[in-house]
Design a protein around this ligand. Sequence first.
Ligand code: NAD
Length: 490
Amino acid sequence: MKTVDTDLKEVKLYIDGKYMASSSNSVFNVKNPASQQDIAHIHEAAYEDVDQACRAARRAFEEGPWRTMSVAERCDKIRRMAEIILERKDELARLEATDVGKPYPVALEAEIPRAANNLKFFADFVEKQGGEVYPMEENYLNYTRYEPVGVASIITPWNLPFMLTTWKLGPCLASGNTAVIKPPEITPLTVSLLGEIAKEAGIPDGVVNIIHGFGPDSAGEYMTTHPEVDLISFTGETATGKAIMKNGADSLKKVSFELGGKAANIIFEDANLDKAIPESIRAAFLNSGQVCLAGSRILVQRSILEDFLDRFKKAASELNVGDPQDPNTNMGPLVSEEHYRKVTGYLDIAEEEKATLIYGGKRPILDEKIKDGYYLEPTIYLTEDTSSRISHEEIFGPFVTIIPFDTEEDALEIANSTDYGLNGVIWTENLERAHRVSHHVRAGTIWVNCWFVRDLRAPFGGFKKSGVGREGGKHSLEFFTEPKNICIAL
Ligand code: NAD
């Protein structure tokens, strides 16, 4: 247990409308991954704090006024949260860049606006929802109400913490539920501000609670076993999803899981490489490859392999790896020392598996200011071994595996050979093939001739071990509501 270091930013728990210290006085530090400097100390929630947060959320749910206020009033407050996020966009983007190590312009132009839009989208979406009506001749009338479920635990990973939290919080709140949020322990800074943002927007006390801590035997486990919690919305690793499912089973909590991925990015010989190469670079190295939807396996038809490798390698070499706060930086560091060790461990695995290093594989040469950061060059391996670990396991770093294929059937077999099924990417100018291959890749999202294009109404989630359930539009609402049928004799 550490004690409070007064030189650092202090991040407290947000429970029942108030920021408060951990009841155990336990704190942990978070680092700037670019410099390895400690930037904040975080109050770690003890069981008593999690209990207090869950009970506050239950009271706010049962006693109101959140659940019973008009949908219009509730959604206005959520839209106000979105506006405040945009008003504080610059501050939030700086903080996200410092905490996660992602380039500041990416946080400013993409993630923080998307976080605001997540809230606004669901507020607007819920207001427009109708219900079902089933008249039974002249005798009875059935109609359906969609009521909130209760208290939701929201648990998110470190790679896109603010964006992913609002993606869950939007439909949770708009449907009338209350929430206990646990941000990732490695990158909790932006999410911790949601308490004051909710307060300023007029969200009643107890509706949004934020606790900090770790997974097993800590806040994560406490909030997924707590009797006052009705549903768990989780994004993170597949292994963590399994643990949460077991922990929530005794009290039959509803779960929605968005888990890991190892997407196949399939480049057919008729692909437009002028488009496919820059997008495949983005798919491989955005956020230092720490994206669940990353195109981390590139399947290239053999007839264009040489051309593709030359151009892909050149494009990777042109990425600026550097300080996340520098507007010219395209790629920052990995998020933590532990994660850096995991990702760089795959360099040894690739060598053991006799894959061919095409580019990268080293620490880049860095400015003095960031020389201690957990950096890895954009790294490209080529392998024919479709059963290798680098072709199957989620590495979650700037590490891409290129696998040649001969026929469409081969491509499909390789694409479907992992336990994951979050997404797939297809590059072809042949419309029939685009549809055919899209239908046969077993994944929840397929992008054809594009990547990471999101319509918030569309279902989002994974096949196989990449998830349980779907988020997005009405799919999020299905999770966060209980449909109730009312049958009236006429
Ligand atoms: P993680 O599973 O280690 O941690 C995620 C969160 O779960 C953290 O807040 C952590 O504290 C908490 N946690 C850990 N153990 C827990 C337990 N036993 N009970 C309750 N909570 C627990 O994941 P990570 O390393 O933070 O994130 C990377 C993973 O997230 C990758 O696998 C990536 O693919 C996945 N991810 C998926 C999506 C998606 O939409 N499918 C999006 C982003 C990231």
